[in-house]
Design a binder for this molecule. Structure first.
Ligand code: IPE
Ligand code: IPE
Ligand code: MG
Length: 240
């Protein structure tokens, strides 16, 4: 397995293109989502192999509720299926499952499964697999603001650190690398605060076609990036 001298500590992925993948094959959209689950497995496995410690996957956005009910229902079923099938190997492989988003609004059965898996894997430390579910970045920011107001925090005390600690991602460092598949050049309400200084890698490949090699290529590309965080070029990295 390839080794990287500069490995991102946190990779975030907008897994996009399942529907188009299926359309082009004359298949129903859900076939694309099913194929996408296989890619998730492969990317989790590769993250463990190369030693990426945190992987955040955008699995269902708050805006995705707009989709036809049949598609939403099937996406939730796929999530149940994924958890059921994978939880044992997550425990075995040292993967800690986490979720970000307004997860309490997920269907009760899905929420129960998710919470059980989070509980079962909570001591694992090799890889944190963070699923963004019913996630919206603006909602996350508003929830943080509401929390601060409810706790009557003194405006003077509201620092970047404090605000960060009120987000769903509290305790998780910002992504170093954002990957988006299927070529769209947008964030789609994903981690707006946390991606401020992340390196962005966009590939035209649809998510079900995104392979281990494609992931390694993204990691290799990350090696070449010089992160400046606003400083002048050529300096040793001081943050991230
Ligand atoms: C990403 O694929 C999966 C989810 C958003 C759940 P899409 O379903 O968005 O696929 P396209 O963008 O329609 O091809
Ligand atoms: C973003 O993809 C959400 C997920 C990958 C879960 P979308 O397909 O929903 O984004 P838009 O609508 O193309 O911006
Ligand atoms: Mg899409």
């Amino acid at each position: 397995m390839e080794t990287f001298h500069k490995l991102p500590e946190h990779v975030a992925i907008i897994m996009d293109g399942n529907g188009r993948w299926a359309n082009e094959k004359g298949l129903p959209r859900i076939a694309g989502h099913k194929a996408g689950v296989e890619t998730v497995r492969e990317i989790v496995k590769t993250s463990l192999e190369v030693g990426v410690p945190i992987l955040t996957l955008y699995a269902f956005s708050q805006e995705n509720w707009k989709r036809p009910k049949e598609e939403v229902d099937l996406l939730m079923e796929l999530l149940n299926f994924f958890i059921d099938k994978e939880v044992k190997s997550l425990v075995k492989e040292g993967v800690r499952l986490k979720a970000i988003g307004r997860i309490d609004a997920l269907p009760p059965y899905t929420l129960k499964k998710l919470k059980e898996a989070i509980e079962l894997t909570r001591h694992n430390r090799k890889l944190t697999l963070n699923l963004a579910l019913n996630y919206g970045s603006r909602a996350e920011i508003l929830d943080a603001v509401r929390g601060l107001l409810t706790d009557r925090v003194n405006p003077e005390e509201v620092s970047e650190e404090l605000f960060t600690s009120r987000l769903y991602t509290a305790g998780i460092p910002d992504p170093d690398l954002l990957i988006r598949t299927s070529g769209e050049m947008r964030l789609s309400n994903f981690l707006l605060w946390q991606l401020s200084y992340s390196e962005i890698y966009i590939t035209k490949k649809y998510w079900p076609d995104f392979t281990k090699e494609d992931y390694l290529e993204a990691l290799a590309e990350y090696q070449k990036r010089e992160r400046r965080f606003g400083d002048v070029c050529g300096k040793k990295e001081v943050a991230g």
